[in-house]
Design a protein around this ligand. Sequence first.
Ligand SMILES: Cc1cc2nc3c(=O)[nH]c(=O)nc-3n(C[C@H](O)[C@H](O)[C@H](O)COP(=O)(O)OP(=O)(O)OC[C@H]3O[C@@H](n4cnc5c(N)ncnc54)[C@H](O)[C@@H]3O)c2cc1C
Length: 405
Amino acid sequence: MDSSERVIVIGAGPVGLCVSLALAREGVPVTLIEALGDDNFLEQVPRAGTNHPATLEMYDRIELYQKLEPRGIIAPVFHYWDRAANELIAAFDHVHLKDDTRFPYVLQCERIKIVEEALKMAKAHPDIDLRLSTTFTRFEQNGSGVVANVVNPAGEAENIAGAYIVGAEGARSIVRKDLDIAFEGFTYSDLTLNIEVAYDFRRHGYAERNYISDPTEWSNLFHWRGPPDRWRVHFPVAASEDQEAIRRPAALQARLQRFLPTGSDFDIVASNLYTVHQRVAKKFRVGRAILAGDAAHVNSPIGAMGMNSGVHDAFNLADKLVKILRGEQGEEILDRYERQRRHVAIQHTQAQTVRNKRLLAEKDPAVRKRNQDELRCTAEDPARARTFLLRTSLIESLREAEQIG
Ligand SMILES: Cc1cc2nc3c(=O)[nH]c(=O)nc-3n(C[C@H](O)[C@H](O)[C@H](O)COP(=O)(O)OP(=O)(O)OC[C@H]3O[C@@H](n4cnc5c(N)ncnc54)[C@H](O)[C@@H]3O)c2cc1C
């Protein structure tokens, strides 16, 4: 295959897989490099799981949606709760978006299932040269192409030539570091504890997706399809706390009982602790190297925007690379990719996720009441609810990006 048309994609996460499948559908040859192999690819933590309507439309374009729907939960409604009062503050129904999207709901389907299904499709595609158990180490570029250095499954160094390289290898992107691009932003001082529980929280009035505010211990609660059917509960924990002690079974049980006193132990399936960063790369493109997904921007998971906005990067970028490789448009459209997607990362994803966390953690009782009154009024007014949902579901960000020249 001619390396003057080949796109090298680093990372078979949701973003790298979507870029690869979208390119290959248009006949662009792709080499997709992934450090994990068949033996450990499915051992990753489930991670992101809420897929917004616009993302579902994109999955549908590459015929991935139909593989995911049976593995997920269709969730049209999400809730805001006040933990101390145990009170439902507002219920938002995506039905208000029925004229804006073919998918007026989110699909609760974890990253691990998405990459499992997309990887099967990549394996079956004749235009995707999938290299599992292969670690990308560095790359070089000149005016006519790129060369990626990898370590192949036999442990040997190998060079792969292509026209462009897409860094979709997550927050620790080597492409970004090789290009010496600053990752600007901050890291939250508290950590997030994630506990996965086999227990049906719907019997207490919760929806499939819930944001629960509390001045001392806010929470998120999400439902995933099993087996076993699981709910993910997030809590903030101070970085100074003993991380081992936090994750001991008795400590997890005590924390869950404080959240929902059932009097009997929860069936805990898994738990993990993670650090949350809010960062955006100073540049998304240098010459023939382009960043997408977590390699370009990271944010708190409150609001489910990281993976979704990464997938939106993937399709925007694939469309542009196809046009360039077909000779329909010049390389300068990659600068438009940067203008569009960096704008979304800063003005939408970062701004919204920072706001979401502040809303849940607000300590001032007067501000909390004002916020909750506002949410209630917004949910009760169909026009305002639609505007709110356009923003939270990232449709507004895509429409705004289209206006950027
Ligand atoms: C606990 C948790 C919950 C989250 N919840 C949500 C949510 O509800 N909604 C949401 O939208 N987002 C959520 N996120 C964020 C979401 O998981 C990420 O935004 C998303 O996975 C980014 O996708 P990506 O493809 O850019 O990178 P990744 O998913 O990180 O994939 C990168 C891939 O690159 C591979 N790789 C890395 N380095 C190399 C190398 N040198 N050579 C070859 N391969 C390499 C990795 O093995 C991996 O397969 C959550 C994150 C966490 C940690």
